[in-house]
Ligand binder design. Sequence first.
Ligand SMILES: [Zn+2]
Length: 342
Amino acid sequence: MSNPIITQIDFNQPGKQWGSLSVPYSHNLSGWAKLQIPVMTISHGEGPTVLMMAGNHGDEYPGQIAIMKLMRELEESQIHGRIIMLPILNVPASQAATRLSPLDGKNLNRCFPGNPEGTASEIIADYLTNVLFPMADVVIDLHTGGRGVYFYPCAHLHLVENPEQRKKMARAAMAYNTDFVFLYADVAGTGLLPVEAESQGKIVVTTEMGGGEVVSQPVHSLSQDGLKNVLIHFDVLEGEEQTRETLGLKPVRWIQALDQEDYLFAPESGLFESLVDIGTDVKSGQSLAAIHFPERPDRNPEIIESKSAGVVIAHRGPTLTEQGDILVCLAHDVPKNILETF
Ligand SMILES: [Zn+2]
């Protein structure tokens, strides 16, 4: 079956077009409803196609705002190639400030490659996999830690096998000009958007721009400036590419969390206390977090210790914690032999 999403956009037309992807679904007061996902395409001259997305998880807003700003700002004459922009992939989740879609309870970032006959999230995933990814050279998917996790703002990527693809992805991640670039592992399931795009050979650029309910001005600025600089890096947008050096910043630090033990989960339910701030270096055996027991104030808190030396790249957002929730992500400097492949 072909994908049921329809759009008034003609992706092969030059110029700037505004529209939406219409996803069929039903709710109790509308049997024939159409979920509208905003989309804009801007195309001019020869050059690569960049597919740019945010709101894969609804409660991750800096990328959504960054893309909406760019949608209004960019003019056809500045473009060499094509940019397809989807600022809010998971509209119902963005409206509800949730990670999962309220329509089907699914995590869109676990629905790939998708299913054209499935739920709304699965239909969207299938459309990306089979319609939009094949058009793209570069796939940008902007995240934050959402309400659940508080990240030191960074660009991040998987260590893909193909040496050319890896080099291009690493250099694009560096164009974000974040303090850290983070190599991550998939510790919680399969079906991720970047994995599908990587398997199609795309240059995939992703971020974790902070997290929590509060988005500070520096995080918004970093999200917006980095996104624009990545477009300049690919020569799809006119302008002078900035590097950390031209910005007067110290060199990027490459870090990785590739082992299960780099991801520390709550052994019991309780109240989470962070004992080390994000971006801080820690020793092996250092106390990173405490779980307090409000029903047993006489009981000492459970202390979560690092199993190795490293840098805390993220910790839990909410204080209220259930057994099995992610508490801390501990990263380590990327070895020289890997850095040489970038
Ligand atoms: Zn996310």
